[in-house]
Ligand binder design. Sequence first.
Ligand SMILES: *[C@@H]1O[C@H](CO)[C@@H](O)[C@H](O)[C@H]1NC(C)=O
Ligand SMILES: *[C@@H]1O[C@H](CO)[C@@H](O)[C@H](O)[C@H]1NC(C)=O
Ligand SMILES: *[C@@H]1O[C@H](CO)[C@@H](O)[C@H](O)[C@H]1NC(C)=O
Ligand SMILES: *[C@@H]1O[C@H](CO)[C@@H](O)[C@H](O)[C@H]1NC(C)=O
Ligand SMILES: *[C@@H]1O[C@H](CO)[C@@H](O)[C@H](O)[C@H]1NC(C)=O
Ligand SMILES: *[C@@H]1O[C@H](CO)[C@@H](O)[C@H](O)[C@H]1NC(C)=O
Ligand SMILES: *[C@@H]1O[C@H](CO)[C@@H](O)[C@H](O)[C@H]1NC(C)=O
Ligand SMILES: *[C@@H]1O[C@H](CO)[C@@H](O)[C@H](O)[C@H]1NC(C)=O
Length: 809
Amino acid sequence: MSLIIATFAALALCFAPAPGAAAISARRPLQGNDTLVSAQGKFELGLFSPAGSSDGRFYLGIWYKNIPGQTVVWVGNRATPLSGVASAELRVSADDGNLELVGPTAASASPVVVWSSSLSSSSSPGSNNTAEIRDNGNLVLLDGSNSSNVLWQSFDHPTDTLVPDAWLGENKLTGEYQVLTSWRNAQDPAPGMFTDTVDPNGTSEFFYMWNQSRTYWRSGVWTGRFFATMPEATRNVLFNQTYVETPAYRRVSNALYNSTTITRMVLELTGQTKQYIWVPATQNWQLFWAAPTMQCDVYALCGAFGVCDLSSQPSCRCPPGLAPTSERDWTVSDWSGGCRRSAPLWCPYNGSTTDGFVVLPNVKLPDDSLAMGAVQSKAECESACQKSCSCEAYTFSTGRCAVWHGELRNLQQLYTDSGVSRSDVYLRLSATGLRDLHNTVSKGGRLSWLVLVMTLVGVAALGASVILAWRILLARRRRLTNQKGSSLTVYSYGDLHAATNNFSERLGGGGFGSVYRGILKEQKGGKTAQVQVAVKKLESLGGRQGDKQFRTEVSTLGLIQHVNLVRLLGFCSSGDEKMLVYEYMPRGSLDGYLFDGGACPSWRDRYCIMIGVARGLAYLHHGCHECIIHCDIKPENILLDEDMSPRIADFGMAKLVGRDFSRALTTMRGTIGYLAPEWIFGQPISAKADVYSFGMVLFELISGRRNSEGYSEVRHAAGTVRRGSSTFFPVWAAGKVVEGEVGTVADLRLRGDVMPEELERVCKVACWCIQDEEAQRPTMVQVVQALEGTVHVHTPPVLRALQHLVMLT
Ligand SMILES: *[C@@H]1O[C@H](CO)[C@@H](O)[C@H](O)[C@H]1NC(C)=O
Ligand SMILES: *[C@@H]1O[C@H](CO)[C@@H](O)[C@H](O)[C@H]1NC(C)=O
Ligand SMILES: *[C@@H]1O[C@H](CO)[C@@H](O)[C@H](O)[C@H]1NC(C)=O
Ligand SMILES: *[C@@H]1O[C@H](CO)[C@@H](O)[C@H](O)[C@H]1NC(C)=O
Ligand SMILES: *[C@@H]1O[C@H](CO)[C@@H](O)[C@H](O)[C@H]1NC(C)=O
Ligand SMILES: *[C@@H]1O[C@H](CO)[C@@H](O)[C@H](O)[C@H]1NC(C)=O
Ligand SMILES: *[C@@H]1O[C@H](CO)[C@@H](O)[C@H](O)[C@H]1NC(C)=O
Ligand SMILES: *[C@@H]1O[C@H](CO)[C@@H](O)[C@H](O)[C@H]1NC(C)=O
């Protein structure tokens, strides 16, 4: 990195700003490689070729002068590239005073006009007009007879980026809209599929749209202070977002509080709008905000038949039997072409098709289905689809049949569903397509037979080491079945009685009952293997409450999967006996590991635990079909596996909240000391309650002690150790963060062996998480970004009401 900076410094010395060249006029055009730089040297205008492209396309663009790695914020000739720069020229036309770009194109070797400001002569352009680039990144064409008269400006024609001072909206006089339109792909600035535009119907709301027809995200209306669904984007410390409507225009823009901040909002290829901040210390653009938060919420991101799957990177993949329509486009992050069948459908008009179907389990149903009311069974549904040549897919669930004609869009892989209806889509494939698919699958099958045979040979030869390999194989298989169907095993009381040796080895317990260690014998491929499990036996005294917890846990955890959530393998429900069977976590729960007498995990381990728990929670809140609020995040409910990777456990109190209702009114639950204030005051809670509890856990991971224990400040001044009065650790630590003395808050047992930047980041995040105001707390997705260091974290406000909480606890 320092090498790059040095190189740029050297370059800056070589190309000291050319004196004079401050404006473009009819007599002084911008030629070839020349650039125009704004007065304070912030922005630069010139011709560029997109990074990574090698086919000689050149565009007129504006980028940051002082940021390494060209970041383009505006493009003139988006869809009409030049094929060379040597004879290219940006000039003020001697005929009509318009700003125009001339040069060779792929179609014409002699220079032609590829882009122009296109003002009619009635708006008085004259040959004395001049053009200049301003320090806010605005390219302006000024009236030759009165230079305070702006005839044309790039801010009226944004591309995919909004810089501070620029605007989005509508010019009511001309009817022109200022919209953001994504690039087509990473190397082509031509207009892509996604746009960000103000409501054409005249409200203050902004829409993100696919192909200018489908809205996939809405800002909500302007409340006077912020857009309803994005307060966190508006009420921040960097800029003041305002929406203004006058008889001439309506527009939204961001004004910086401090003009030295460099920030931009860009509509990405993924259809998400992201706000970035330039961090000089790291020489990086850091993500600050994104909408929609989840990439798969972008409509039809993966094109026709493409499946958006959050668990893969990039998120688009093709269903079995289909392949990307254009591999090349997919490699440059343009998925809009989607997928196509490897073998075409076969559909003779006499209705005797041999086409069949492949199942796509548990996906979000694509739009534009056609309901088949009269159809009663899955077989009828299938044949209804088969009979129509244009039918591409069908679904049959809860007695209803629906079919799709034409391309399927917006397929999304789900990892959970509400348990009410499973949404499997049956996609039509030709007989050839199915055969090919079957062949690849059975080839895989043969492969695993081979593994099996080799394993058996190995058993004879190597004995013990092979048992290990076998276990790994088993583990992998189990994971596969789980991913497909999230299937839970139903155990009998006898099974679990035997597995736990009459419930003899108690691992722990609580109000709900006790947890016992057990060993289950699993039959796989004719072989028996032993699997360690943890069996939670719910207290039958709990009566209806216990019963409810049991059902909550099975219905939430049974359907979801994430590396940071404990895995439920099955359950037993016989009469009053209710038991849950989990994978066994050899290191137990975090409290035993962290607090007094524990092993004192290293900073590295603590940091990994923090990020892991944050990821698990982010998945619960945002990754599932419905938002799941855990409601009882505390060290006791965070388990550690062999390699210290954390898993969130105990979903007995979890609350499912539909996507449309972000709040739930609940009776008080959870654990004092980790409860958010809104809970204590009896208000409905949202996922932000978990964020609060997580913040409290962060503080405990930092200090290695329970927050509730109180904290005695220890100072090492001139070799002496003085103990201050006992305070609530988060309050004390938050004070240190505000004072900039983060270094003093870490667990003393670590003896200063911490990563200072990480510690500072964690402290700040923790302070943000435990803000009294829900709106002030970050979302778990933001927490993950902040902990991972992809977002810069600001110094949090001083905590106000926490002291009251101390009294309450
Ligand atoms: C523009 O720059 C490129 C690379 O820096 C160079 O090869 C080319 O000759 C330059 N063209 C002109 C017209 O200066
Ligand atoms: C441009 O400026 C020159 C000198 O100031 C003047 O003579 C000429 O009339 C102007 N042309 C136009 C079109 O305004
Ligand atoms: C120049 O234009 C500005 C704004 O359009 C106007 O206020 C000003 O009076 C004009 N000056 C002259 C000399 O015409
Ligand atoms: C605009 O209003 C019309 C009529 O009320 C409605 O049909 C249309 O969906 C609205 N458009 C948007 C983008 O909301
Ligand atoms: C986008 O919309 C246009 C017309 O509005 C339509 O012709 C085109 O097929 C659409 N593109 C896709 C990929 O559906
Ligand atoms: C934000 O901008 C609006 C309109 O320009 C102004 O009224 C308001 O005072 C500004 N807010 C802050 C905090 O500067
Ligand atoms: C703006 O930020 C810079 C760098 O962080 C700082 O030095 C300067 O004092 C700030 N200016 C104001 C007006 O806050
Ligand atoms: C339908 O047409 C195909 C080929 O055109 C033929 O092979 C098949 O026998 C026909 N089936 C019936 C039921 O007529």
